[in-house]
Ligand binder design. Structure first.
Ligand code: SF4
Length: 405
Protein backbone atom coordinates (compact mmCIF):
# COMPACT_ATOMS: atom_id res chain seq x y z
CA UNK A 1 0.00 0.00 0.00
CA UNK A 2 1.22 3.48 -0.80
CA UNK A 3 0.23 6.18 1.65
CA UNK A 4 0.85 9.90 1.92
CA UNK A 5 0.03 12.44 4.59
CA UNK A 6 0.32 16.03 5.62
CA UNK A 7 1.70 16.44 9.15
CA UNK A 8 -1.77 16.78 10.68
CA UNK A 9 -2.69 13.40 9.16
CA UNK A 10 0.49 11.59 10.18
CA UNK A 11 -0.89 9.86 13.27
CA UNK A 12 -3.85 8.54 11.28
CA UNK A 13 -1.52 7.43 8.48
CA UNK A 14 0.60 5.46 10.96
CA UNK A 15 -2.51 3.81 12.41
CA UNK A 16 -3.66 2.78 8.94
CA UNK A 17 -0.17 1.52 8.18
CA UNK A 18 -0.19 -0.60 11.37
CA UNK A 19 -3.53 -2.10 10.43
CA UNK A 20 -2.40 -3.02 6.91
CA UNK A 21 0.96 -4.36 8.09
CA UNK A 22 -0.81 -6.53 10.67
CA UNK A 23 -2.59 -8.13 7.69
CA UNK A 24 0.69 -8.75 5.89
CA UNK A 25 0.50 -5.81 3.49
CA UNK A 26 3.73 -3.96 2.74
CA UNK A 27 3.33 -0.22 3.36
CA UNK A 28 5.35 2.48 1.59
CA UNK A 29 4.91 6.07 2.74
CA UNK A 30 5.77 9.25 0.89
CA UNK A 31 4.78 12.88 0.83
CA UNK A 32 5.78 15.93 2.74
CA UNK A 33 5.52 14.67 6.30
CA UNK A 34 7.46 11.45 5.71
CA UNK A 35 10.12 13.48 3.90
CA UNK A 36 10.52 15.98 6.71
CA UNK A 37 10.31 13.36 9.50
CA UNK A 38 12.04 10.43 7.85
CA UNK A 39 13.25 8.70 11.05
CA UNK A 40 9.81 8.95 12.60
CA UNK A 41 8.02 7.56 9.52
CA UNK A 42 10.46 4.65 9.27
CA UNK A 43 9.24 3.43 12.67
CA UNK A 44 5.74 2.87 11.28
CA UNK A 45 6.10 1.75 7.66
CA UNK A 46 8.22 -0.66 5.64
CA UNK A 47 9.71 1.90 3.30
CA UNK A 48 9.73 5.67 2.81
CA UNK A 49 10.05 7.63 -0.43
CA UNK A 50 11.29 11.15 0.23
CA UNK A 51 10.75 14.12 -2.09
CA UNK A 52 8.84 13.82 -5.36
CA UNK A 53 8.18 10.15 -6.06
CA UNK A 54 7.37 9.85 -9.77
CA UNK A 55 10.83 9.00 -11.09
CA UNK A 56 11.73 6.52 -8.36
CA UNK A 57 8.31 4.86 -8.06
CA UNK A 58 8.82 2.22 -10.81
CA UNK A 59 11.94 1.08 -8.93
CA UNK A 60 9.97 0.88 -5.65
CA UNK A 61 7.35 -1.32 -7.31
CA UNK A 62 9.97 -3.54 -8.91
CA UNK A 63 11.81 -4.01 -5.63
CA UNK A 64 8.56 -4.71 -3.78
CA UNK A 65 7.71 -7.38 -6.34
CA UNK A 66 11.20 -8.91 -6.07
CA UNK A 67 11.19 -8.81 -2.26
CA UNK A 68 14.16 -6.42 -2.21
CA UNK A 69 12.39 -3.29 -1.00
CA UNK A 70 14.82 -0.80 0.51
CA UNK A 71 13.99 1.18 3.64
CA UNK A 72 14.47 4.55 1.96
CA UNK A 73 14.23 5.89 -1.58
CA UNK A 74 15.08 9.49 -2.40
CA UNK A 75 12.91 10.96 -5.14
CA UNK A 76 14.36 14.47 -4.93
CA UNK A 77 13.14 17.06 -7.41
CA UNK A 78 11.83 15.55 -10.64
CA UNK A 79 11.70 16.81 -14.20
CA UNK A 80 8.04 17.82 -14.46
CA UNK A 81 8.08 17.26 -18.22
CA UNK A 82 8.42 13.56 -17.40
CA UNK A 83 5.53 13.48 -14.95
CA UNK A 84 2.79 11.40 -16.55
CA UNK A 85 -0.85 12.50 -16.37
CA UNK A 86 -2.52 11.34 -13.16
CA UNK A 87 -4.75 8.27 -13.56
CA UNK A 88 -8.03 10.10 -13.03
CA UNK A 89 -9.82 7.03 -14.34
CA UNK A 90 -8.81 5.17 -11.15
CA UNK A 91 -10.41 7.71 -8.85
CA UNK A 92 -13.99 7.41 -7.63
CA UNK A 93 -16.29 9.92 -9.28
CA UNK A 94 -18.80 12.20 -7.59
CA UNK A 95 -16.43 14.75 -6.09
CA UNK A 96 -17.30 18.42 -6.49
CA UNK A 97 -13.78 19.19 -7.74
CA UNK A 98 -11.28 17.32 -9.83
CA UNK A 99 -7.66 18.41 -9.46
CA UNK A 100 -4.60 18.99 -11.60
CA UNK A 101 -1.12 20.39 -11.12
CA UNK A 102 0.57 22.69 -13.64
CA UNK A 103 3.65 23.92 -11.74
CA UNK A 104 5.80 22.87 -8.78
CA UNK A 105 7.95 24.90 -6.43
CA UNK A 106 7.65 28.55 -5.54
CA UNK A 107 10.02 31.41 -6.36
CA UNK A 108 9.24 32.96 -2.98
CA UNK A 109 10.50 31.40 0.21
CA UNK A 110 8.28 32.33 3.10
CA UNK A 111 9.63 31.48 6.52
CA UNK A 112 6.61 29.43 7.60
CA UNK A 113 6.04 27.55 4.34
CA UNK A 114 7.22 24.05 3.51
CA UNK A 115 6.81 24.34 -0.27
CA UNK A 116 10.35 25.42 -1.08
CA UNK A 117 11.82 22.91 1.39
CA UNK A 118 9.92 20.12 -0.38
CA UNK A 119 9.58 21.24 -4.02
CA UNK A 120 12.49 23.67 -4.27
CA UNK A 121 12.70 27.33 -5.11
CA UNK A 122 12.81 26.78 -8.87
CA UNK A 123 9.39 27.29 -10.40
CA UNK A 124 8.97 24.26 -12.65
CA UNK A 125 6.23 24.33 -15.28
CA UNK A 126 4.73 21.29 -16.92
CA UNK A 127 4.48 21.40 -20.70
CA UNK A 128 1.14 23.03 -21.47
CA UNK A 129 0.02 20.22 -23.77
CA UNK A 130 0.46 17.75 -20.87
CA UNK A 131 -1.75 19.88 -18.64
CA UNK A 132 -4.46 20.18 -21.29
CA UNK A 133 -4.32 16.46 -21.98
CA UNK A 134 -4.73 15.74 -18.24
CA UNK A 135 -7.56 18.21 -17.68
CA UNK A 136 -9.49 16.47 -20.44
CA UNK A 137 -9.33 13.29 -18.35
CA UNK A 138 -11.10 14.95 -15.42
CA UNK A 139 -14.80 14.19 -15.23
CA UNK A 140 -15.78 16.86 -12.72
CA UNK A 141 -16.94 20.22 -14.06
CA UNK A 142 -15.02 22.09 -11.38
CA UNK A 143 -11.25 21.84 -11.13
CA UNK A 144 -8.86 22.81 -8.34
CA UNK A 145 -5.46 23.66 -9.79
CA UNK A 146 -3.41 22.52 -6.83
CA UNK A 147 -0.25 24.54 -7.55
CA UNK A 148 1.04 26.45 -4.56
CA UNK A 149 1.46 29.54 -6.70
CA UNK A 150 -0.10 29.23 -10.16
CA UNK A 151 1.09 32.49 -11.71
CA UNK A 152 4.57 32.82 -10.18
CA UNK A 153 6.34 36.13 -9.90
CA UNK A 154 8.57 36.84 -12.90
CA UNK A 155 7.71 37.90 -16.46
CA UNK A 156 8.52 34.39 -17.73
CA UNK A 157 6.15 32.85 -15.17
CA UNK A 158 3.36 35.21 -16.18
CA UNK A 159 3.95 34.46 -19.85
CA UNK A 160 3.59 30.76 -19.13
CA UNK A 161 0.37 31.39 -17.20
CA UNK A 162 -1.06 33.40 -20.09
CA UNK A 163 -0.10 30.69 -22.59
CA UNK A 164 -1.71 28.09 -20.35
CA UNK A 165 -4.94 30.09 -20.11
CA UNK A 166 -4.97 30.64 -23.90
CA UNK A 167 -4.52 26.90 -24.41
CA UNK A 168 -7.41 26.17 -22.01
CA UNK A 169 -9.60 28.56 -23.99
CA UNK A 170 -8.56 27.02 -27.33
CA UNK A 171 -9.17 23.49 -25.99
CA UNK A 172 -12.70 24.51 -25.06
CA UNK A 173 -12.60 22.31 -21.97
CA UNK A 174 -15.76 23.85 -20.48
CA UNK A 175 -14.64 23.64 -16.88
CA UNK A 176 -14.52 26.22 -14.16
CA UNK A 177 -11.44 26.33 -11.99
CA UNK A 178 -9.92 27.83 -8.83
CA UNK A 179 -6.27 28.19 -7.82
CA UNK A 180 -3.81 29.62 -5.30
CA UNK A 181 -1.89 32.65 -6.54
CA UNK A 182 0.14 35.62 -5.38
CA UNK A 183 -1.28 39.14 -5.29
CA UNK A 184 0.52 40.15 -8.51
CA UNK A 185 -2.04 38.19 -10.54
CA UNK A 186 -4.51 41.02 -10.04
CA UNK A 187 -2.02 43.59 -11.34
CA UNK A 188 -2.09 42.34 -14.94
CA UNK A 189 -5.35 43.04 -16.77
CA UNK A 190 -4.59 40.69 -19.66
CA UNK A 191 -3.68 37.85 -17.30
CA UNK A 192 -6.88 38.29 -15.31
CA UNK A 193 -9.05 38.42 -18.45
CA UNK A 194 -7.47 35.31 -19.90
CA UNK A 195 -7.84 33.48 -16.57
CA UNK A 196 -11.52 34.41 -16.37
CA UNK A 197 -12.16 33.46 -19.98
CA UNK A 198 -10.52 30.09 -19.45
CA UNK A 199 -12.88 29.33 -16.54
CA UNK A 200 -11.31 30.84 -13.41
CA UNK A 201 -13.93 31.86 -10.85
CA UNK A 202 -11.93 32.01 -7.62
CA UNK A 203 -8.42 32.47 -6.29
CA UNK A 204 -6.77 32.26 -2.90
CA UNK A 205 -4.22 35.00 -2.29
CA UNK A 206 -1.81 34.77 0.63
CA UNK A 207 -1.76 38.27 2.10
CA UNK A 208 -0.48 36.73 5.37
CA UNK A 209 -0.52 39.87 7.53
CA UNK A 210 -1.54 43.52 7.51
CA UNK A 211 1.64 44.33 9.49
CA UNK A 212 4.73 45.34 7.54
CA UNK A 213 7.01 43.98 10.29
CA UNK A 214 5.30 40.60 10.12
CA UNK A 215 5.79 40.37 6.34
CA UNK A 216 9.46 41.15 6.86
CA UNK A 217 9.62 38.60 9.72
CA UNK A 218 8.32 35.84 7.43
CA UNK A 219 10.27 36.94 4.33
CA UNK A 220 7.18 37.83 2.30
CA UNK A 221 8.46 41.21 1.18
CA UNK A 222 6.89 40.46 -2.19
CA UNK A 223 3.63 41.75 -0.70
CA UNK A 224 5.37 45.04 0.14
CA UNK A 225 6.46 45.91 -3.41
CA UNK A 226 6.23 49.55 -4.17
CA UNK A 227 3.12 50.67 -6.00
CA UNK A 228 1.14 47.48 -5.48
CA UNK A 229 -2.17 47.85 -3.71
CA UNK A 230 -4.11 44.81 -2.65
CA UNK A 231 -7.43 46.54 -3.09
CA UNK A 232 -6.86 47.34 -6.75
CA UNK A 233 -5.71 43.79 -7.47
CA UNK A 234 -8.73 42.35 -5.70
CA UNK A 235 -11.13 44.69 -7.50
CA UNK A 236 -9.67 43.81 -10.91
CA UNK A 237 -10.15 40.11 -10.23
CA UNK A 238 -13.70 40.63 -8.99
CA UNK A 239 -14.63 42.78 -12.01
CA UNK A 240 -13.69 39.81 -14.17
CA UNK A 241 -15.85 37.37 -12.24
CA UNK A 242 -13.13 35.94 -9.97
CA UNK A 243 -13.91 35.79 -6.25
CA UNK A 244 -10.97 36.37 -3.92
CA UNK A 245 -10.24 34.49 -0.72
CA UNK A 246 -7.69 36.44 1.32
CA UNK A 247 -5.55 34.19 3.49
CA UNK A 248 -3.98 35.59 6.66
CA UNK A 249 -1.90 34.15 9.49
CA UNK A 250 -1.55 35.44 13.02
CA UNK A 251 0.64 34.69 16.01
CA UNK A 252 3.67 36.52 14.59
CA UNK A 253 6.11 37.98 17.09
CA UNK A 254 4.67 41.44 16.40
CA UNK A 255 1.04 40.39 16.95
CA UNK A 256 -0.60 41.57 20.14
CA UNK A 257 -4.08 41.77 21.61
CA UNK A 258 -6.42 43.27 19.01
CA UNK A 259 -4.90 41.41 16.04
CA UNK A 260 -8.20 39.59 15.39
CA UNK A 261 -10.04 42.82 14.61
CA UNK A 262 -7.04 44.11 12.66
CA UNK A 263 -7.26 41.05 10.42
CA UNK A 264 -10.98 41.61 9.87
CA UNK A 265 -10.16 45.23 9.06
CA UNK A 266 -7.50 44.07 6.56
CA UNK A 267 -10.17 41.88 4.97
CA UNK A 268 -12.53 44.87 4.67
CA UNK A 269 -9.91 47.27 3.35
CA UNK A 270 -8.52 44.88 0.74
CA UNK A 271 -12.10 44.11 -0.33
CA UNK A 272 -11.70 40.31 -0.34
CA UNK A 273 -14.86 38.23 -0.67
CA UNK A 274 -13.76 35.59 1.82
CA UNK A 275 -11.34 35.77 4.74
CA UNK A 276 -9.31 32.84 5.97
CA UNK A 277 -7.29 33.17 9.16
CA UNK A 278 -4.86 30.55 10.41
CA UNK A 279 -2.70 30.15 13.49
CA UNK A 280 0.99 30.48 12.80
CA UNK A 281 2.13 26.85 12.87
CA UNK A 282 5.72 25.63 12.80
CA UNK A 283 5.52 22.83 10.24
CA UNK A 284 8.43 20.39 10.14
CA UNK A 285 11.02 21.25 7.54
CA UNK A 286 10.38 24.99 7.66
CA UNK A 287 12.67 27.70 8.92
CA UNK A 288 9.90 28.67 11.31
CA UNK A 289 10.15 25.21 12.87
CA UNK A 290 13.92 25.57 13.28
CA UNK A 291 13.55 29.02 14.82
CA UNK A 292 10.83 28.04 17.26
CA UNK A 293 12.48 24.74 18.11
CA UNK A 294 15.77 26.50 18.89
CA UNK A 295 13.87 28.89 21.16
CA UNK A 296 12.02 25.97 22.85
CA UNK A 297 8.69 27.48 21.83
CA UNK A 298 7.01 24.45 20.32
CA UNK A 299 4.52 23.23 22.89
CA UNK A 300 2.47 20.48 21.22
CA UNK A 301 5.34 18.05 20.59
CA UNK A 302 4.27 14.70 21.93
CA UNK A 303 4.63 13.06 18.53
CA UNK A 304 3.17 11.38 16.62
CA UNK A 305 -0.04 11.99 18.63
CA UNK A 306 0.31 15.77 18.65
CA UNK A 307 0.64 16.01 14.86
CA UNK A 308 -3.12 15.99 14.70
CA UNK A 309 -3.10 19.51 16.16
CA UNK A 310 -1.00 20.84 13.27
CA UNK A 311 -4.08 21.71 11.22
CA UNK A 312 -3.26 25.46 11.25
CA UNK A 313 -6.55 25.92 13.15
CA UNK A 314 -5.11 25.37 16.62
CA UNK A 315 -2.36 26.96 18.69
CA UNK A 316 0.61 24.61 19.02
CA UNK A 317 3.46 26.91 20.00
CA UNK A 318 4.38 29.61 22.43
CA UNK A 319 3.48 32.93 20.82
CA UNK A 320 5.40 36.02 21.74
CA UNK A 321 2.66 38.28 23.07
CA UNK A 322 -0.45 36.09 23.10
CA UNK A 323 -1.41 33.16 25.32
CA UNK A 324 -3.44 30.32 23.82
CA UNK A 325 -6.63 31.75 25.33
CA UNK A 326 -5.86 35.06 23.70
CA UNK A 327 -5.03 33.44 20.35
CA UNK A 328 -8.41 31.71 20.37
CA UNK A 329 -10.21 34.89 21.45
CA UNK A 330 -8.52 36.90 18.70
CA UNK A 331 -9.37 34.28 16.11
CA UNK A 332 -13.03 34.30 17.08
CA UNK A 333 -13.33 38.08 17.38
CA UNK A 334 -11.81 38.58 13.91
CA UNK A 335 -14.10 36.01 12.33
CA UNK A 336 -17.20 37.33 14.12
CA UNK A 337 -16.48 40.81 12.79
CA UNK A 338 -15.91 39.68 9.21
CA UNK A 339 -18.70 37.11 9.11
CA UNK A 340 -21.57 38.91 10.83
CA UNK A 341 -24.75 38.44 8.78
CA UNK A 342 -24.85 42.18 8.15
CA UNK A 343 -21.33 42.14 6.69
CA UNK A 344 -21.93 38.96 4.67
CA UNK A 345 -25.03 40.28 2.93
CA UNK A 346 -23.78 43.83 2.42
CA UNK A 347 -20.59 42.38 0.89
CA UNK A 348 -22.63 40.15 -1.40
CA UNK A 349 -25.06 42.79 -2.64
CA UNK A 350 -22.36 45.47 -2.84
CA UNK A 351 -20.06 43.29 -4.97
CA UNK A 352 -22.93 41.99 -7.08
CA UNK A 353 -24.10 45.50 -7.96
CA UNK A 354 -20.58 46.68 -8.63
CA UNK A 355 -19.40 43.74 -10.74
CA UNK A 356 -22.66 42.26 -12.13
CA UNK A 357 -20.99 38.86 -11.89
CA UNK A 358 -23.58 36.45 -10.51
CA UNK A 359 -21.66 33.17 -10.40
CA UNK A 360 -18.56 34.32 -8.53
CA UNK A 361 -20.63 36.34 -6.07
CA UNK A 362 -22.96 33.43 -5.35
CA UNK A 363 -19.93 31.22 -4.76
CA UNK A 364 -18.53 33.86 -2.40
CA UNK A 365 -21.85 34.06 -0.55
CA UNK A 366 -21.97 30.29 -0.04
CA UNK A 367 -18.34 30.34 1.16
CA UNK A 368 -19.13 33.16 3.59
CA UNK A 369 -21.99 31.16 5.09
CA UNK A 370 -19.78 28.06 5.29
CA UNK A 371 -16.94 29.96 6.95
CA UNK A 372 -19.39 31.43 9.43
CA UNK A 373 -20.68 27.95 10.26
CA UNK A 374 -17.13 26.60 10.55
CA UNK A 375 -16.27 29.43 12.90
CA UNK A 376 -19.11 28.34 15.19
CA UNK A 377 -17.85 24.76 15.07
CA UNK A 378 -14.31 25.95 15.79
CA UNK A 379 -15.55 27.89 18.81
CA UNK A 380 -17.22 24.72 20.15
CA UNK A 381 -14.07 22.71 19.46
CA UNK A 382 -11.92 25.19 21.39
CA UNK A 383 -14.22 24.83 24.38
CA UNK A 384 -14.13 21.04 24.19
CA UNK A 385 -10.35 21.00 23.99
CA UNK A 386 -10.08 23.17 27.04
CA UNK A 387 -12.28 20.78 28.96
CA UNK A 388 -10.70 17.56 27.73
CA UNK A 389 -8.44 15.77 30.15
CA UNK A 390 -5.97 13.04 29.35
CA UNK A 391 -5.07 14.01 25.80
CA UNK A 392 -1.48 15.03 25.15
CA UNK A 393 -2.76 18.44 24.08
CA UNK A 394 -4.73 19.08 27.25
CA UNK A 395 -2.00 17.72 29.47
CA UNK A 396 0.14 20.51 28.18
CA UNK A 397 -2.44 22.86 29.37
CA UNK A 398 -1.61 25.76 30.17
CA UNK A 399 -4.28 26.61 27.82
CA UNK A 400 -2.62 29.78 29.07
CA UNK A 401 1.10 29.15 28.74
CA UNK A 402 3.94 31.19 30.00
CA UNK A 403 5.33 33.66 27.52
CA UNK A 404 8.94 33.60 26.43
CA UNK A 405 11.10 36.35 27.83
S1 SF4 B 1 4.24 32.42 -1.71
FE1 SF4 B 1 2.93 30.79 -0.86
S2 SF4 B 1 3.76 28.88 -1.71
FE2 SF4 B 1 5.32 30.47 -2.04
S3 SF4 B 1 6.72 30.26 -0.30
FE3 SF4 B 1 5.19 31.83 0.24
S4 SF4 B 1 3.54 30.74 1.32
FE4 SF4 B 1 4.81 29.20 0.23
Amino acid sequence: MGITAFSCQAERAYKLAAEFRSRGVTVVMGGIHATMRLDEALQYVDSVVTGEAEEVWPQVLEDARDGTLRRVYHGGIVDVAKVPPARHDLLPTGYAFGSVQTTRGCPLNCHFCSVTAFNGKRFRRRPIEHVIEEIKLIEEKLVFIVDDNLVGTSKAHITYAKDLFRALIAANIRKRWVAQVTVNMGEDEELVRLAAKSGCFGVLIGFESPAREALIEINKKFNLREGQTSRESVRRLQRNGIAVLGSFIFGFDVDRTGIGLKLAEAGFSSGVDILSVMFMTPLPGTRLWETMESQARIVAKDFPGDWKYYTLNLPVANYMHLSWDEMVDEFISGFRAFYSYLRIFSRFFGNLLRTRKVYSNLVALVCNLMFRRNMELDAQMFKRLDMTRGTPYAKKEPVRISRPV
